[in-house]
Design a protein around this ligand. Structure first.
Ligand SMILES: NC(=O)c1ccc[n+]([C@@H]2O[C@H](COP(=O)([O-])OP(=O)(O)OC[C@H]3O[C@@H](n4cnc5c(N)ncnc54)[C@H](OP(=O)(O)O)[C@@H]3O)[C@@H](O)[C@H]2O)c1
Length: 333
């Protein structure tokens, strides 16, 4: 039996507008006991994802998060004790641990991870962010050398990896991000060919200047007005990988656009396809082999934004939605 306190962050109310600290509460309960088939986990890092906010709207590819429950979220955790076959103390797993210090979860909901250093890479480049970038770009976007790839939320965890993989594949890469600092970082540190600050106004014109030959692949993390600006600039037979719609997650009025659908899709013979990274898990080893070799060769830089303290998790998510992260944001518990 593990004695002690388990600190948890509860979602106490689902926001109707913007997410704020008032929607969360810190709570303390006893550390849970694992039942047959379960393991007790000590959470080490909690992943902060734009999708955490989307889950508050209702069921998506997973069930909705509900008020007065531990806020859901993926995490890297260490097995403390186990009543499940194949799991032993010290093992490292990825799971929907929720925002708390400890969780007792069925083994079938845990993914055993290799013990690598730094452990944080299991949430960033070798975690959901890296795999989403890899499969979304390569399997849906299908970029060819010499083509122009545009990615939105380009300085975020998924976007920063998408742009770098597209460079590795020999493409011209344009990132769309909020603010001059982020745009400068994309071109000077990550090797993007150009970056467009969508907060600077005149997005359509700036994009035209950054992608003068048009767009062959658009990796869409945000939807809304940015998707609408990209659509008319797509080249014939272009591909749009629909990864997410951040612009709609945090209390924005429902989008009425983008305009140009389906007209531009037809005339330009575009393929626009959504995907969920979980569908690719059987092919994870292929992606990890490539990602590991690019990281080892220095072609793929890993940017992480690690915040300390479980109590800071709400603030970290609210900040991510407002754009104050660069690369993969997570909380060290
Ligand atoms: N399909 C899948 O399987 C899958 C898996 C994982 C993630 N995703 C999606 O991938 C996308 C990236 O998520 P993430 O968790 O990695 O977040 P992230 O990119 O690390 O961070 C979110 C970024 O979005 C930008 N942003 C916020 N509001 C915006 C708006 N209204 N318009 C444009 N940009 C805005 C902000 O940067 P700026 O400063 O640039 O505004 C912010 O830093 C999300 O859409 C998420 O749902 C999909």
């Amino acid at each position: 039996m593990t004695t002690g306190t388990n600190c948890q962050i509860l979602l106490i109310e689902k926001p109707t507008g913007k997410l704020g600290p008032e929607h969360f509460k810190l709570s303390e309960v006893a550390i849970p006991e694992p039942r047959d088939g379960e393991a007790l986990l000590r959470v080490r890092y909690i992943s902060l994802d734009a999708a955490n906010r989307a889950w508050m709207h209702g069921a998506t590819y997973r069930s909705a998060v509900e008020a007065n429950t531990v806020m859901a979220g993926g995490g890297i955790a260490e097995v403390v004790s186990s009543r499940a076959e194949g799991l032993a103390p010290g093992d490292i797993v990825f799971a929907d641990t929720g925002w708390q210090d400890y969780a007792a979860l069925p083994a079938k909901h845990l993914t055993k991870m290799p013990k690598i250093e730094p452990l944080t890479y299991l949430l960033s480049v070798y975690g959901i962010a890296g795999l989403t970038a890899y499969f979304g770009l390569l399997d849906i976007g299908k970029p060819k050398a010499g083509e122009t790839v545009v990615v939105s939320a380009a300085a975020g965890s998924v976007g920063s990896i998408v742009g770098q993989i597209a460079k590795i594949k020999g493409c011209r890469v344009v990132g769309i991000a909020g603010g001059k600092d982020k745009c400068d970082w994309l071109t000077s540190d990550l090797g993007f060919d150009a970056a467009v600050d969508y907060k600077d106004g005149a997005l359509f014109k700036a994009l035209r200047a950054a992608a003068p030959k048009g767009i062959d692949v658009y990796f869409d993390n945000v939807g809304g007005e940015i998707l609408e600006a990209c659509l008319p600039q797509m080249n014939n037979y272009g591909r749009i990988a629909c990864c997410g719609a951040i612009s709609q997650y945090d209390g924005a009025p429902s989008a009425t656009g983008p305009r140009g659908v389906p007209g531009l899709i037809v005339v330009k013979r575009l393929v626009m396809q959504g995907f969920i990274v979980m569908d690719y898990m059987k092919e994870r080893d292929r992606a990890l082999a490539d990602l590991q070799s690019w990281v080892a060769s220095g072609q793929l830089k890993v940017e992480e934004d690690v915040i300390d303290g479980l109590e800071n998790t709400p603030k970290a998510l609210i900040g991510l939605l407002a754009g104050d992260n660069r690369g993969k944001r997570m909380v060290r518990v």
